[in-house]
Design a protein around this ligand. Structure first.
Ligand SMILES: [Zn+2]
Length: 340
């Protein structure tokens, strides 16, 4: 009971790393992508850079409120059989000819959803609909970010099948938060993509190829550390919380040899490329003229009685304490002020 109460208290001060790339990384990816845009776009995006940054995390919160949202954040490539990453149909309508929609949604629709969001953004640019442009650009940056995370491309998304439980948040949240300050996020100018759908699948191929190192290196480093050296305790909002120790994090990070930085940079570049491509395909509308239009940008509000029972990126095991943790986690999401 004491553990449960402690968990509740801790979870009510929900740390950011319980979501997606982690709130830190998603925000960073969207923000940095703005700086790669061409002169015709950068004024508008810079003017709204705080919106693009803060709303980078909305899709993860939406997962608990909107049916059909959760599966947009991942694809369990290995649930589709051998070499599926090379064989899966690149277009949604082609995929529906081979698989039922139910099966696709169960195993994740990440890459197809990126392209769909790209098309919606193109439409928003055509209409010069400022609210839609900003919302969809922020969403698109998030979904592209997720597709560059190796653990978003596997059914073993939290190491739960290989006894590496917790690795998801470790890789995509703990590492960037501790070590991203050293990263060089310069990615160069946005490029036009002839076939964006193929680019997002390349990202999935690449992320999935990196999965072996993500999992294998964690085992190698774990063998070098005793339990009490692998983890440490940090005070968060007055609560002692178990985390991966700095020493363990650095050792793993060294072995990964820049992998997290590379993946973040790919995501940044790709977000800028996709925004730019949508704008070009929309006929290069004048965005500078939209900057001075005064308007209230609405905060996304989610109305739901209780959070949907969707897959956590980070997963919760069936162990009793984790099931308590999950309940507390969901309660916290539910109680979160509806500012998103
Ligand atoms: Zn996500």
């Amino acid at each position: 009971m004491r553990y449960f109460l402690t968990t509740i208290i801790w979870i009510l001060f929900l740390p950011n790393e319980l979501f997606g790339w982690g709130f830190f990384a998603h925000r960073k990816i969207n923000r940095q992508a703005v700086y790669s845009l061409p002169p015709e776009m950068i004024g508008f995006f810079k003017y709204h850079i705080n919106y693009i940054t803060e709303n980078a995390v909305n899709p993860d919160r939406r997962r608990y409120a909107v049916l059909g949202e959760a599966e947009k954040h991942f694809i369990d490539i290995d649930a589709f059989g051998d070499s599926a990453v090379f064989k899966l149909p690149r277009y949604w309508h082609q995929a529906l000819e081979v698989y039922s929609e139910e099966e696709l949604r169960r195993k994740g629709i990440g890459p197809w959803n990126v392209y769909l969001t790209q098309l919606k953004l193109t439409e928003a640019f055509k209409k010069k609909d400022v609210k839609a442009i900003l919302r969809l650009a922020a969403d698109l940056g998030h979904y592209i970010g997720d597709m560059n995370v190796p653990l978003h491309t596997t059914k073993n998304y939290n190491g739960q099948l290989t006894n590496q439980y917790g690795i998801h948040g470790f890789w995509e949240s703990r590492i960037p938060e501790l070590l991203a300050e050293e990263y060089d996020f310069f990615v160069g100018k946005a490029m036009y993509l002839e076939r964006p759908q193929y680019h997002i699948w390349e990202a999935v191929e690449q992320a999935h190829a990196a999965l072996d190192s993500v999992l294998h290196f964690e085992i190698i480093v774990s063998n070098r550390f005793s339990e009490d050296k692998k983890y440490s305790y940090e005070e968060r909002n007055g609560i002692n919380t178990r985390v991966y120790s700095m020493e363990f994090t650095k050792a793993y990070h060294d072995l990964l040899d820049g992998q997290v930085e590379r993946q973040m940079k790919r995501a940044i570049k790709m977000a800028a490329d996709f925004w730019y491509t949508a704008w070009v395909n929309a006929g290069q509308p004048d965005l500078n003229g939209l900057v001075n239009i005064q308007m209230e940008l609405p905060e996304e509000k989610f109305e739901y009685k209780e959070p949907l029972d969707v897959r956590e990126h980070e997963g919760f095991s069936s162990k009793r304490e984790d099931s308590n943790l999950r309940q507390a986690f969901l309660a916290a999401i539910w109680r979160r002020p509806s500012t998103y």
